[in-house]
Design a protein around this ligand. Structure first.
Ligand code: AHR
Length: 523
């Protein structure tokens, strides 16, 4: 049950019968038949824009070089922010950015990153490569960055190695509109108006790099620290507890038992490793088909992970106040030869585009409880939107999928009934086509489809209940090879192309190329 309300596999013969083609109808052997009904008569929850959130950590060249080059750089910039990256991110309508980590957050002391830049202490980024952290990019730089790209902010506080006082003072520094010493220090550092902190995380991965804690111990600390998150009236951020990872439900279980207030969300991290092994994850390019399918199969596990955690949340919080925040997700491959392994730089291929689409289609279905998701990460790290090399950049296939899915931000989820065969290889099997539909804020129905089969085209017979459509137009992303990717020398190797379909009888027939992501708007 990965996609629509129901999924049944069915043979080609059954497909022909379903489509009224008859056993003798000629069907191209390389085409699979899929039937989808969009239930526009059963609108569901809003797909919060924050599901398209991003994560930017002080890691490798994610911030320094990727976003911030400094005012004196020869790379074209505005007050230190590189122009090309800012422009590309603005185009994505990034709804929210999580910063400064990650594991880095639990070693970050905010006072290091304020005041004159040349006076800021240089620290060691002990978690990520042991490199110098100049603290040039601090609170003011991050807040300005978020404003430049029009995103809300999700600040992750330091619980692992910071104090309650330090966390409370950071909040006061950022949000106070009084005449307090901290608010005036902010003003002296160039910001008169208080900022709005939309989301605040108390620690990160408390089970690991955030302090190796048991959930019970963390739950007490959450209660303690959250008490001191104080802001002017009406400006309280949503407070996010550090939750579990992988297939675990333990953290949601313990936190919902032990924390009665202040907790607006519980975070969860899930990374897709093609081989499922942290010691040998799999390569980002040049991988065999077995790793294409295993990557997609492992990505789909998130459906059950979300459902299992939601089951507990629904029991303990039937009013639905506590969100499930998947604030780190995406692919994680072996280090790229020749690069610092601590920088988590990897290529981003057509396979990553499929991973993004599969995740979105799943997140949408759980939109009632999944209040935010943040891909790891924004620039130059893991499943990035953008890869930079000196003054040049390339938009990744993942970027294009985020762009194509823009109409889903704030849209109303529409359930789908899907009949699809499976794409199989060895012992692995995944539904060949996964879909999602929604009524956008523009009133139109948007329909996303991912064809996971790398060999066969999919013919998707689409019918609508509660609405009508004559045609569909949109964009499709595909390429010749599974590991096709963009580089600064070949930045347009993988890019969306137009696609359209017309109604035939009662259905729209969309023809999806093998290994492709399609998003269309129905007319
Ligand atoms: O995204 C990279 C790292 O993965 C984050 O810092 C950490 O939270 C997770 O383990």
């Amino acid at each position: 049950m990965m996609m629509g309300k129901t999924i049944r596999t069915f043979s080609l013969a059954a497909a022909c019968a379903f489509l009224g083609l008859g056993a003798s109808a000629s069907t191209h052997s390389e085409t699979i038949n899929v039937a989808v009904t969009i239930r526009a008569d059963q609108p569901g929850p809003t797909i919060r824009p924050e599901i398209y959130g991003q994560f930017a950590e002080h890691l490798g060249t994610g911030i320094y070089e990727g976003v911030w080059v400094g005012e004196n750089s020869s790379i074209p910039n505005t007050n230190g922010y590189r122009n090309d990256v800012i422009e590309a991110l603005r185009e994505l309508n990034v709804p929210v950015v999580r910063w400064p980590g990650g594991c880095f957050a639990d070693e970050y002391h905010w006072r290091d990153g304020i005041g004159p830049r040349d006076k800021r202490p240089v620290k060691v980024n002990t978690h990520w490569g042991g490199v110098a952290e100049t603290n040039e990019f601090g609170t003011h730089e991050f807040m300005t960055f978020a404003e430049m790209i029009g995103a809300k902010v999700y600040i992750n506080g330091n619980l692992g190695s910071g104090t309650v006082q330090e966390m409370a003072e950071w909040i006061e520094y950022m949000t106070s509109d009084t005449n307090s010493t901290l608010a005036n220090e902010r003003r002296k550092n160039g910001r008169d108006e208080p900022w709005e902190v939309h989301y605040f995380g108390i620690g990160n991965e408390a089970w690991g790099c955030g302090g190796n804690m048991r959930p019970e111990y963390y739950a007490d600390l959450f209660r303690h620290y959250a008490t001191y998150i104080k802001t002017p009236p009406g400006k309280r951020p949503k407070i996010i507890a550090s939750g579990g990872y992988g297939e675990s439900t333990e953290w949601v279980d313990v936190l919902t038992k032990m924390v009665e207030k202040d907790m607006d969300g519980i975070s969860h991290h899930y990374y897709t490793l093609p081989l499922g092994d942290w010691e040998k994850k799999g390569k980002s390019t040049g991988f065999p088909e077995s790793e294409w399918i295993s990557t997609l199969e492992r990505t789909m596990l998130i459906d059950k992970i979300i459902a299992d955690n939601i089951k507990i949340l629904d029991e303990r919080d039937p009013e639905g106040k506590i969100g499930f925040y998947i604030d780190e997700w995406g692919t994680w491959y072996d280090p790229e030869p020749g690069r610092n392994p601590g920088f988590l730089w990897q290529h981003n291929t057509l396979r990553d585009a499929l991973v993004a689409a599969v995740n979105f289609n799943i997140f949408h279905r759980h939109a009632k409880r999944v209040h935010m998701a943040n891909i790891a990460q924004m620039v130059n790290v893991l499943q990035a939107m953008i890869l930079t090399e000196g003054p040049r950049m390339a938009l990744t296939p993942t970027y294009h999928v985020f762009h194509m899915y823009k109409p889903f931000q704030g849209a109303t989820y529409l359930p789908t009934d899907v009949d699809t065969p499976h794409y199989r290889l060895g012992d692995s099997a995944v539904p060949a086509v996964t879909v999602s539909a929604a009524r956008g804020t523009d009133g139109k129905i948007h329909f996303a489809l991912a064809n996971l089969d790398p060999h066969r085209e999919a013919s998707v017979q689409t019918s609508l209940r509660g609405a009508q459509a004559r045609a569909a137009t949109g964009r499709v992303l595909t390429a010749k090879t599974m590991d096709a990717h963009n580089t600064v020398d070949a930045p347009e190797n993988v890019k969306p192309a137009p696609i359209s379909a017309k109604r035939r009888g009662d259905t729209l027939v969309l023809r999806l190329p093998p290994k492709s992501v399609t998003v269309v708007t129905l007319q």
